[in-house]
Design a binder for this molecule. Structure first.
Ligand code: NAP
Ligand code: G4F
Length: 351
Protein backbone atom coordinates (compact mmCIF):
# COMPACT_ATOMS: atom_id res chain seq x y z
CA UNK A 1 0.00 0.00 0.00
CA UNK A 2 1.25 3.50 -0.85
CA UNK A 3 2.48 5.40 2.18
CA UNK A 4 0.60 8.52 3.21
CA UNK A 5 2.74 11.64 3.05
CA UNK A 6 2.74 14.19 5.86
CA UNK A 7 4.39 17.61 5.74
CA UNK A 8 5.18 19.23 9.09
CA UNK A 9 6.00 22.91 9.43
CA UNK A 10 7.69 23.25 12.84
CA UNK A 11 9.16 19.74 12.93
CA UNK A 12 12.09 20.76 15.16
CA UNK A 13 9.80 21.88 18.01
CA UNK A 14 8.38 19.94 20.95
CA UNK A 15 5.17 18.85 19.18
CA UNK A 16 6.91 18.40 15.82
CA UNK A 17 9.20 15.75 17.30
CA UNK A 18 6.41 13.75 18.99
CA UNK A 19 4.15 14.06 15.94
CA UNK A 20 6.95 12.76 13.68
CA UNK A 21 7.46 9.73 15.94
CA UNK A 22 3.71 9.13 15.94
CA UNK A 23 3.30 9.43 12.15
CA UNK A 24 6.29 7.18 11.46
CA UNK A 25 4.76 4.58 13.77
CA UNK A 26 1.64 4.83 11.55
CA UNK A 27 3.82 4.13 8.49
CA UNK A 28 3.70 7.67 7.07
CA UNK A 29 6.43 9.20 4.94
CA UNK A 30 7.26 12.48 6.69
CA UNK A 31 8.68 15.69 5.27
CA UNK A 32 9.69 18.27 7.83
CA UNK A 33 10.51 21.94 7.43
CA UNK A 34 13.45 23.21 9.45
CA UNK A 35 14.77 26.75 9.60
CA UNK A 36 18.29 27.74 8.68
CA UNK A 37 20.06 28.58 11.93
CA UNK A 38 23.71 29.40 12.64
CA UNK A 39 23.96 26.26 14.77
CA UNK A 40 22.00 23.19 13.69
CA UNK A 41 19.34 22.47 16.28
CA UNK A 42 17.57 19.30 15.27
CA UNK A 43 18.25 17.71 18.68
CA UNK A 44 14.61 16.79 19.28
CA UNK A 45 14.46 14.70 16.09
CA UNK A 46 18.06 13.50 15.69
CA UNK A 47 17.16 10.11 17.19
CA UNK A 48 14.61 9.48 14.40
CA UNK A 49 16.34 11.14 11.49
CA UNK A 50 17.74 8.70 8.98
CA UNK A 51 20.22 9.46 6.27
CA UNK A 52 18.20 10.49 3.22
CA UNK A 53 20.44 8.35 1.00
CA UNK A 54 19.68 5.08 2.80
CA UNK A 55 16.05 4.07 3.16
CA UNK A 56 14.40 7.30 4.14
CA UNK A 57 11.03 7.77 5.73
CA UNK A 58 11.84 11.25 7.01
CA UNK A 59 13.26 14.07 4.90
CA UNK A 60 14.04 17.56 6.16
CA UNK A 61 13.81 20.63 3.96
CA UNK A 62 14.97 24.13 4.72
CA UNK A 63 12.08 26.54 4.94
CA UNK A 64 10.34 29.35 6.73
CA UNK A 65 6.67 30.29 6.86
CA UNK A 66 7.61 33.94 6.38
CA UNK A 67 8.74 33.10 2.81
CA UNK A 68 5.79 32.45 0.46
CA UNK A 69 7.81 31.17 -2.50
CA UNK A 70 9.55 28.67 -0.21
CA UNK A 71 6.24 27.47 1.29
CA UNK A 72 4.70 27.18 -2.18
CA UNK A 73 7.65 25.21 -3.58
CA UNK A 74 7.80 22.81 -0.63
CA UNK A 75 4.11 21.95 -0.91
CA UNK A 76 4.39 21.59 -4.69
CA UNK A 77 7.48 19.35 -4.44
CA UNK A 78 6.39 17.12 -1.57
CA UNK A 79 2.75 16.60 -2.64
CA UNK A 80 1.54 15.73 0.87
CA UNK A 81 -1.75 14.13 1.90
CA UNK A 82 -1.68 15.99 5.20
CA UNK A 83 -0.07 19.27 6.30
CA UNK A 84 0.48 20.09 9.98
CA UNK A 85 1.23 23.76 10.63
CA UNK A 86 3.00 23.77 14.00
CA UNK A 87 5.40 26.57 13.03
CA UNK A 88 5.16 29.58 15.33
CA UNK A 89 6.92 32.01 17.58
CA UNK A 90 5.25 30.16 20.42
CA UNK A 91 6.30 32.11 23.53
CA UNK A 92 3.55 34.40 24.83
CA UNK A 93 5.91 36.57 26.94
CA UNK A 94 8.30 37.03 24.00
CA UNK A 95 5.40 38.03 21.73
CA UNK A 96 5.15 41.35 23.64
CA UNK A 97 8.77 42.06 22.58
CA UNK A 98 8.44 40.66 19.04
CA UNK A 99 4.86 41.60 18.22
CA UNK A 100 5.33 42.22 14.48
CA UNK A 101 7.49 39.13 13.94
CA UNK A 102 4.96 37.05 15.88
CA UNK A 103 2.20 38.28 13.54
CA UNK A 104 4.32 37.54 10.45
CA UNK A 105 4.91 33.96 11.59
CA UNK A 106 1.82 33.06 13.59
CA UNK A 107 -0.79 34.85 11.43
CA UNK A 108 0.50 35.50 7.92
CA UNK A 109 2.54 32.28 8.01
CA UNK A 110 -0.73 30.35 8.17
CA UNK A 111 -2.25 32.45 5.41
CA UNK A 112 0.76 31.70 3.18
CA UNK A 113 0.27 27.95 3.58
CA UNK A 114 -3.48 28.22 2.95
CA UNK A 115 -2.94 30.39 -0.14
CA UNK A 116 -0.37 27.95 -1.54
CA UNK A 117 -2.87 25.14 -0.93
CA UNK A 118 -5.72 27.06 -2.57
CA UNK A 119 -3.63 27.64 -5.69
CA UNK A 120 -1.97 24.22 -5.90
CA UNK A 121 -4.58 21.80 -4.60
CA UNK A 122 -7.35 22.25 -7.13
CA UNK A 123 -9.01 18.96 -6.15
CA UNK A 124 -9.05 19.94 -2.44
CA UNK A 125 -7.45 16.68 -1.43
CA UNK A 126 -4.78 17.90 0.99
CA UNK A 127 -5.83 18.05 4.64
CA UNK A 128 -4.57 21.00 6.67
CA UNK A 129 -4.12 21.14 10.45
CA UNK A 130 -3.64 24.47 12.22
CA UNK A 131 -2.03 24.55 15.68
CA UNK A 132 -4.47 26.83 17.44
CA UNK A 133 -4.29 27.54 21.14
CA UNK A 134 -6.22 28.17 24.34
CA UNK A 135 -4.57 31.63 24.35
CA UNK A 136 -7.32 32.71 21.90
CA UNK A 137 -9.80 32.48 24.82
CA UNK A 138 -7.59 34.81 26.85
CA UNK A 139 -9.68 36.17 29.72
CA UNK A 140 -13.06 35.30 28.19
CA UNK A 141 -15.74 34.62 30.87
CA UNK A 142 -17.03 31.35 29.32
CA UNK A 143 -15.04 28.87 31.43
CA UNK A 144 -14.42 25.96 31.00
CA UNK A 145 -13.65 26.79 27.39
CA UNK A 146 -15.11 24.72 24.56
CA UNK A 147 -15.52 25.15 20.80
CA UNK A 148 -18.41 27.60 21.33
CA UNK A 149 -16.74 29.88 23.90
CA UNK A 150 -16.06 33.52 23.10
CA UNK A 151 -12.54 34.68 22.31
CA UNK A 152 -10.71 37.44 24.21
CA UNK A 153 -6.94 37.17 23.59
CA UNK A 154 -4.71 39.48 25.63
CA UNK A 155 -1.29 39.12 23.96
CA UNK A 156 0.22 39.66 20.50
CA UNK A 157 0.62 35.85 20.38
CA UNK A 158 -3.02 35.12 21.25
CA UNK A 159 -4.21 37.76 18.81
CA UNK A 160 -2.00 36.46 15.99
CA UNK A 161 -3.20 32.91 16.63
CA UNK A 162 -6.83 34.07 16.58
CA UNK A 163 -6.27 35.40 13.04
CA UNK A 164 -4.97 31.96 12.07
CA UNK A 165 -7.95 30.26 13.68
CA UNK A 166 -10.38 32.41 11.70
CA UNK A 167 -8.53 32.30 8.37
CA UNK A 168 -8.39 28.50 8.60
CA UNK A 169 -12.16 28.41 9.19
CA UNK A 170 -12.71 31.00 6.42
CA UNK A 171 -10.75 28.98 3.83
CA UNK A 172 -12.64 25.84 4.85
CA UNK A 173 -15.98 27.56 4.29
CA UNK A 174 -15.11 29.77 1.30
CA UNK A 175 -13.11 27.25 -0.76
CA UNK A 176 -14.37 23.90 0.60
CA UNK A 177 -10.88 23.05 1.77
CA UNK A 178 -10.17 20.42 4.42
CA UNK A 179 -8.77 22.82 7.02
CA UNK A 180 -9.11 22.16 10.77
CA UNK A 181 -8.10 23.87 14.00
CA UNK A 182 -6.86 21.98 17.05
CA UNK A 183 -7.39 24.38 19.98
CA UNK A 184 -4.80 22.93 22.32
CA UNK A 185 -4.33 23.89 25.95
CA UNK A 186 -0.82 23.93 27.48
CA UNK A 187 1.10 20.73 26.95
CA UNK A 188 4.56 19.96 28.24
CA UNK A 189 7.14 17.18 28.19
CA UNK A 190 10.86 16.62 28.73
CA UNK A 191 11.23 18.21 25.25
CA UNK A 192 9.46 21.44 26.23
CA UNK A 193 11.28 24.68 25.33
CA UNK A 194 13.53 25.79 28.18
CA UNK A 195 11.86 29.16 28.71
CA UNK A 196 8.34 27.89 29.39
CA UNK A 197 7.37 27.74 33.06
CA UNK A 198 7.38 23.95 33.56
CA UNK A 199 10.77 23.27 32.01
CA UNK A 200 12.34 26.50 33.33
CA UNK A 201 11.28 25.64 36.90
CA UNK A 202 12.46 22.04 36.73
CA UNK A 203 15.83 22.84 35.11
CA UNK A 204 16.53 25.58 37.66
CA UNK A 205 15.50 23.64 40.77
CA UNK A 206 17.59 20.61 39.76
CA UNK A 207 20.56 22.96 39.21
CA UNK A 208 19.92 24.65 42.58
CA UNK A 209 19.88 21.25 44.30
CA UNK A 210 23.24 20.45 42.70
CA UNK A 211 24.73 23.83 43.67
CA UNK A 212 24.96 25.18 40.09
CA UNK A 213 22.43 27.98 40.57
CA UNK A 214 21.34 29.95 43.63
CA UNK A 215 17.81 31.19 42.94
CA UNK A 216 15.01 30.67 40.41
CA UNK A 217 13.42 33.99 39.36
CA UNK A 218 9.81 33.92 38.18
CA UNK A 219 6.95 36.29 37.33
CA UNK A 220 3.24 35.72 38.07
CA UNK A 221 2.71 32.76 40.41
CA UNK A 222 -1.08 32.96 40.49
CA UNK A 223 -2.16 32.36 36.90
CA UNK A 224 -3.68 28.93 36.30
CA UNK A 225 -3.13 26.59 33.39
CA UNK A 226 -4.58 23.30 32.14
CA UNK A 227 -1.40 21.27 31.61
CA UNK A 228 -1.30 18.01 29.59
CA UNK A 229 1.39 15.82 28.04
CA UNK A 230 2.57 16.70 24.49
CA UNK A 231 2.87 13.05 23.49
CA UNK A 232 -0.87 12.53 24.01
CA UNK A 233 -1.82 15.87 22.47
CA UNK A 234 -0.10 15.15 19.11
CA UNK A 235 -2.20 12.03 18.73
CA UNK A 236 -5.25 14.30 18.91
CA UNK A 237 -3.73 16.43 16.10
CA UNK A 238 -3.62 13.37 13.86
CA UNK A 239 -7.12 12.24 14.88
CA UNK A 240 -8.48 15.67 13.94
CA UNK A 241 -7.28 15.12 10.35
CA UNK A 242 -8.78 11.61 10.17
CA UNK A 243 -12.36 12.95 10.47
CA UNK A 244 -14.56 12.76 7.39
CA UNK A 245 -15.41 16.47 7.62
CA UNK A 246 -12.94 19.12 8.75
CA UNK A 247 -13.85 20.54 12.15
CA UNK A 248 -12.33 22.38 15.14
CA UNK A 249 -11.63 20.68 18.48
CA UNK A 250 -10.59 21.71 21.99
CA UNK A 251 -7.85 19.46 23.38
CA UNK A 252 -7.29 19.77 27.14
CA UNK A 253 -7.27 17.81 30.40
CA UNK A 254 -10.13 19.66 32.11
CA UNK A 255 -8.08 20.28 35.27
CA UNK A 256 -5.99 23.31 36.07
CA UNK A 257 -3.31 24.34 38.57
CA UNK A 258 -1.56 27.60 39.44
CA UNK A 259 2.08 28.34 38.67
CA UNK A 260 2.65 28.24 42.44
CA UNK A 261 1.11 24.72 42.58
CA UNK A 262 3.59 23.71 39.90
CA UNK A 263 6.58 25.17 41.77
CA UNK A 264 5.41 23.61 45.06
CA UNK A 265 5.04 20.20 43.42
CA UNK A 266 8.55 20.31 41.92
CA UNK A 267 10.04 21.40 45.29
CA UNK A 268 8.18 18.59 47.05
CA UNK A 269 9.30 15.96 44.55
CA UNK A 270 12.93 17.09 44.97
CA UNK A 271 12.55 16.74 48.77
CA UNK A 272 13.21 20.43 49.36
CA UNK A 273 11.48 21.76 52.50
CA UNK A 274 10.45 25.39 52.00
CA UNK A 275 8.38 28.30 53.26
CA UNK A 276 6.82 31.11 51.18
CA UNK A 277 7.27 34.69 52.43
CA UNK A 278 6.65 38.22 51.07
CA UNK A 279 9.07 41.13 50.84
CA UNK A 280 8.19 44.81 51.43
CA UNK A 281 7.08 45.25 47.82
CA UNK A 282 4.74 42.26 48.10
CA UNK A 283 6.97 40.05 45.94
CA UNK A 284 6.90 36.42 47.07
CA UNK A 285 9.93 34.25 47.72
CA UNK A 286 10.55 30.74 49.05
CA UNK A 287 13.31 29.95 51.54
CA UNK A 288 14.79 26.53 52.30
CA UNK A 289 13.89 25.25 55.78
CA UNK A 290 16.78 22.79 56.01
CA UNK A 291 20.00 21.76 54.29
CA UNK A 292 19.47 19.36 51.39
CA UNK A 293 22.23 18.32 48.93
CA UNK A 294 23.89 21.70 48.06
CA UNK A 295 21.01 23.84 49.34
CA UNK A 296 21.66 25.62 52.64
CA UNK A 297 19.00 26.35 55.27
CA UNK A 298 17.51 29.89 54.74
CA UNK A 299 18.70 30.05 51.10
CA UNK A 300 16.23 31.93 48.87
CA UNK A 301 15.47 29.28 46.28
CA UNK A 302 12.59 30.91 44.37
CA UNK A 303 11.83 34.62 44.06
CA UNK A 304 9.44 36.73 42.04
CA UNK A 305 11.13 39.22 39.74
CA UNK A 306 9.23 42.10 38.19
CA UNK A 307 10.98 41.59 34.84
CA UNK A 308 9.19 38.26 34.31
CA UNK A 309 5.70 39.71 34.68
CA UNK A 310 3.90 40.22 31.35
CA UNK A 311 2.22 43.49 30.31
CA UNK A 312 -1.04 41.55 30.32
CA UNK A 313 -1.87 38.10 31.61
CA UNK A 314 -4.29 35.24 30.94
CA UNK A 315 -5.41 34.42 34.47
CA UNK A 316 -7.21 31.13 34.35
CA UNK A 317 -7.30 28.58 31.52
CA UNK A 318 -9.26 25.37 31.69
CA UNK A 319 -10.64 23.39 28.77
CA UNK A 320 -13.68 21.20 28.13
CA UNK A 321 -12.62 18.42 25.76
CA UNK A 322 -15.99 16.61 25.60
CA UNK A 323 -16.39 17.13 21.82
CA UNK A 324 -12.97 15.54 21.20
CA UNK A 325 -13.89 12.65 23.51
CA UNK A 326 -17.18 12.06 21.70
CA UNK A 327 -16.10 12.56 18.09
CA UNK A 328 -12.38 11.65 18.10
CA UNK A 329 -12.45 9.08 20.89
CA UNK A 330 -9.60 11.05 22.47
CA UNK A 331 -8.98 11.61 26.18
CA UNK A 332 -5.90 12.43 28.24
CA UNK A 333 -4.43 9.63 30.36
CA UNK A 334 -1.36 11.29 31.91
CA UNK A 335 -2.16 13.52 34.88
CA UNK A 336 -0.31 16.61 36.13
CA UNK A 337 1.65 14.73 38.82
CA UNK A 338 2.79 12.06 36.33
CA UNK A 339 3.78 14.71 33.77
CA UNK A 340 5.90 16.65 36.26
CA UNK A 341 7.47 13.46 37.63
CA UNK A 342 8.52 12.40 34.12
CA UNK A 343 9.99 15.84 33.41
CA UNK A 344 11.94 15.87 36.69
CA UNK A 345 13.31 12.37 36.12
CA UNK A 346 14.41 13.29 32.60
CA UNK A 347 16.11 16.49 33.83
CA UNK A 348 18.00 14.63 36.55
CA UNK A 349 19.11 12.05 33.96
CA UNK A 350 20.26 14.81 31.56
CA UNK A 351 22.07 16.51 34.37
P1 NAP B 1 7.89 25.06 19.77
O1 NAP B 1 8.59 23.99 20.53
O2 NAP B 1 8.24 26.47 20.03
O3 NAP B 1 8.08 24.76 18.21
C1 NAP B 1 7.76 25.71 17.23
C2 NAP B 1 8.30 25.23 15.91
O4 NAP B 1 8.04 26.26 14.92
C3 NAP B 1 9.82 25.02 15.91
O5 NAP B 1 10.13 23.94 15.07
C4 NAP B 1 10.33 26.31 15.29
O6 NAP B 1 11.59 26.20 14.67
C5 NAP B 1 9.25 26.53 14.23
N1 NAP B 1 9.23 27.90 13.71
C6 NAP B 1 9.24 29.07 14.41
N2 NAP B 1 9.20 30.10 13.56
C7 NAP B 1 9.17 29.59 12.31
C8 NAP B 1 9.14 30.15 11.01
N3 NAP B 1 9.12 31.47 10.81
N4 NAP B 1 9.11 29.31 9.94
C9 NAP B 1 9.15 27.97 10.12
N5 NAP B 1 9.19 27.37 11.32
C10 NAP B 1 9.19 28.18 12.40
O7 NAP B 1 6.31 24.93 19.98
P2 NAP B 1 5.45 23.64 20.40
O8 NAP B 1 5.26 23.69 21.87
O9 NAP B 1 5.98 22.45 19.71
O10 NAP B 1 4.04 24.04 19.76
C11 NAP B 1 3.72 23.71 18.42
C12 NAP B 1 2.63 24.63 17.91
O11 NAP B 1 1.48 24.54 18.73
C13 NAP B 1 3.00 26.11 17.90
O12 NAP B 1 2.37 26.70 16.80
C14 NAP B 1 2.40 26.64 19.19
O13 NAP B 1 2.12 28.03 19.06
C15 NAP B 1 1.15 25.82 19.27
N6 NAP B 1 0.64 25.54 20.62
C16 NAP B 1 1.46 25.06 21.59
C17 NAP B 1 0.96 24.75 22.83
C18 NAP B 1 1.84 24.20 23.92
O14 NAP B 1 1.42 24.25 25.09
N7 NAP B 1 2.99 23.63 23.61
C19 NAP B 1 -0.40 24.95 23.10
C20 NAP B 1 -1.22 25.43 22.08
C21 NAP B 1 -0.69 25.71 20.83
P3 NAP B 1 12.95 26.38 15.52
O15 NAP B 1 13.18 25.05 16.18
O16 NAP B 1 13.91 26.72 14.46
O17 NAP B 1 12.71 27.48 16.50
O1 G4F C 1 4.77 28.36 30.35
P1 G4F C 1 4.25 29.65 29.85
O2 G4F C 1 5.21 30.55 29.17
O3 G4F C 1 3.02 29.29 28.90
P2 G4F C 1 1.80 30.16 28.36
O4 G4F C 1 2.05 31.59 28.40
O5 G4F C 1 0.57 29.65 29.05
O6 G4F C 1 1.78 29.71 26.81
C1 G4F C 1 1.93 28.36 26.42
O7 G4F C 1 0.66 27.76 26.34
C2 G4F C 1 -0.19 28.29 25.30
C3 G4F C 1 -1.50 27.51 25.39
O8 G4F C 1 -2.31 28.05 26.38
C4 G4F C 1 0.49 28.10 23.98
F1 G4F C 1 -0.32 28.54 22.98
C5 G4F C 1 1.80 28.84 23.96
O9 G4F C 1 2.45 28.60 22.72
C6 G4F C 1 2.67 28.32 25.09
O10 G4F C 1 3.02 26.99 24.79
O11 G4F C 1 3.59 30.46 31.04
C7 G4F C 1 2.61 29.89 31.88
C8 G4F C 1 2.31 30.85 33.02
C9 G4F C 1 1.99 32.28 32.56
O12 G4F C 1 0.90 32.76 33.29
C10 G4F C 1 3.24 33.09 32.90
O13 G4F C 1 3.00 34.46 33.19
O14 G4F C 1 3.49 30.98 33.83
C11 G4F C 1 3.69 32.35 34.16
N1 G4F C 1 5.10 32.58 34.48
C12 G4F C 1 5.54 33.06 35.68
N2 G4F C 1 6.86 33.20 35.64
C13 G4F C 1 6.14 32.41 33.66
C14 G4F C 1 7.27 32.80 34.40
N3 G4F C 1 6.23 31.95 32.40
C15 G4F C 1 7.47 31.87 31.85
N4 G4F C 1 7.58 31.40 30.59
N5 G4F C 1 8.60 32.26 32.53
C16 G4F C 1 8.55 32.74 33.81
O15 G4F C 1 9.58 33.08 34.40
Amino acid sequence: MKKKIALIFGITGQDGSYLTEFLLSKNYFVYGVKRRTSLIHTTRIDHIYQDRHSKPNLILKYGDVTDFSNVFKIINDTKPNEIYNLAAQSNVGVSFELAEYTAQTDSIGTLRILEALRILDKKKKIKFYQASTSEIFGNSPDKPYNEKSRFAPVSPYGTAKLYSYWITKNYREAYSMYAANGILFNHESPRRGENFISRKTIIALVKILKGKQKTLYLGNLHSKRDWGHAKEFVEAQWKILQQKKADDFVIATGKNYSVKDLVNLVLKKLNIKFLWKKDKKGLEYAVALSNVEKIKKSQVIVKQDQSYFRPNEVHDLVGDYSKAKKKLGWKPNINFDQLITEMIQSEIKNY
